[in-house]
Design a protein around this ligand. Structure first.
Ligand SMILES: [Fe+2]
Ligand SMILES: [Fe+2]
Length: 285
């Protein structure tokens, strides 16, 4: 199976005055007055669906942050943008920006569903299952948290799966294999998630987003089982800023029951998405 992986598009739409409440007011200042909106590119986002489909994936997964501040306008724009990808099976989870405020809860599910609401879902996907796990909730900082019921649901989903790939928004590990940080923007109980993964040797890989410069690393080997490969393509909507070593990426994996056996990583060159020179992750993040 060829599985394409996109993440962190961050489709933006300037909020209406009436929507500038709570964290969204703070976020709008960050985006539009302090310039974070320039981190993402409408042109790159528009080019992404055709580029992904050109790699002939059997299936596509998106690991969240479709929007910037989770308004209706942003979800509608993201849904329209990604509509061509629905010609193949498409699975998605929310990112922290898709549950930006308490007011926005439920909106992700209405546009992209199902809304896992902190839970886990097993999706049969040919040679493996995908286990989608939601760890995002409204928070003033950018932290995620697996709830107690969510951890129970993850354990049950993994127990009912054959070989499976776990998909969540937050990293478990940083690019050097260390626990991911800083705590202000991390999954606060990543260790609890890892403890559950350690009990399920059928987890053959982990996919995530959130960190906009991509990387691949591993969960350490535990109790006689080998390390588990982790992949983050990096933001698929990033603006082209070569002096900052910043551009958009997406991945395509060849998946067998044993796991991900080959990785293609595509990078935006300023005019098109092309295979990363030297192979996946050869140029860094
Ligand atoms: Fe993001
Ligand atoms: Fe995120």
């Amino acid at each position: 199976m060829r599985l394409a992986h996109i993440t962190d598009l961050h489709v933006e739409h300037t909020p209406r005055v009436g929507e500038l409440v709570g964290k969204r007011l703070f976020g709008a200042v960050n985006l539009y007055l302090l310039g974070r909106s320039h981190h993402f590119s409408c042109d790159v986002q528009a080019a992404l669906p055709a580029a992904v489909l050109a790699t002939r994936p059997d299936r596509i997964v998106c690991t969240g942050d479709l929007t910037a501040t989770a308004t209706d306008a942003e979800f509608a724009a993201a849904k329209a943008l990604l509509a061509p990808l629905l010609s193949v099976p498409f699975d998605c989870i929310a990112g922290n920006h898709d549950v930006y405020t308490a007011e926005s809860l439920g909106r992700y599910g209405r546009y992209f569903g199902p809304d896992l609401a902190g839970g886990a879902l097993r999706v049969p996907a040919g040679p493996v299952d995908l286990v989608l796990f939601d760890v995002c909730e409204p928070a003033w900082l950018s932290r995620g948290r697996a709830t107690p019921s969510g951890l129970t649901a993850l354990d049950a989903a993994l127990a009912s799966s054959g070989p499976c790939i776990l998909c969540l928004h937050y990293p478990l590990r940083g690019r050097g294999g260390e626990p991911y940080g800083p705590p202000t923007r991390a999954l606060s109980n990543a260790a609890a998630v890892e403890e559950i993964i350690a009990q399920h040797p059928n987890v053959v890989a982990v996919l995530h987003g959130h960190e906009h410069h991509g990387y691949t690393t591993q969960l350490p080997a535990v109790a006689g089982r080998p390390g588990v490969s982790i992949y983050n393509p990096g933001s698929s909507g990033y603006a082209f800023m070569p002096k900052k070593h910043r551009t958009a990426h997406f991945n395509v994996y060849d998946v067998e029951p044993t796991g991900i056996v080959a990785v293609e990583r595509y990078a935006w060159t300023g005019t098109s998405f092309e295979p990363e020179p030297g192979g996946a992750y050869a140029t860094g993040g």
